[in-house]
Design a protein around this ligand. Sequence first.
Ligand SMILES: [Zn+2]
Length: 182
Amino acid sequence: RKVSRKKKGSANRKKAINRLGRTHLKISRQREEHAKRLARCVIRSNDLVAYEDLRVKNLVKNHCLAKSINDAGWYQFREWLEYFGQKFSRVTVAVHPAYTSQNCSDCGEVVKKSLSTRTHICKCGCQLDRDHNAARNILTRALGTVGHTGTLLNAWGDLSSTLPGSDLVEQDGSLIQESPLL
Ligand SMILES: [Zn+2]
């Protein structure tokens, strides 16, 4: 706003543009620093860290979510996770993201829910926060993957790219393929 209030071509406008640029730079450095610190903390306090192999680029195509995803710096966070995973010899596993929020983490039943449904409630009596339920599914899948491939020490890094069918999922709001691992 300050920039647009200044006269075009004026020295003050240039100054304001410069100030704006520095503010953006500061914020992006803060974001990077936050991602790094959080990733380091998560890695140091766990032996294995599992997360969804999200196609950030596809998610960003969803305009409703794009801003918050870019803001959150998901991709940076994941990069730091994998970096610290190697550094501190922790296993990091990227799992196939299909149905992690729709499946019941207790009985495996599919419980359909939209993005706005924040609680997972299953017929089997399992009632969890949506993210808690998804986290349990992600962990189960990760442990299954590690056991399945037997590459515990090599499980970090590029495991995600070797997962069968990991390229099958479209994340533009429609998850069609079931994970072949399940
Ligand atoms: Zn259930």
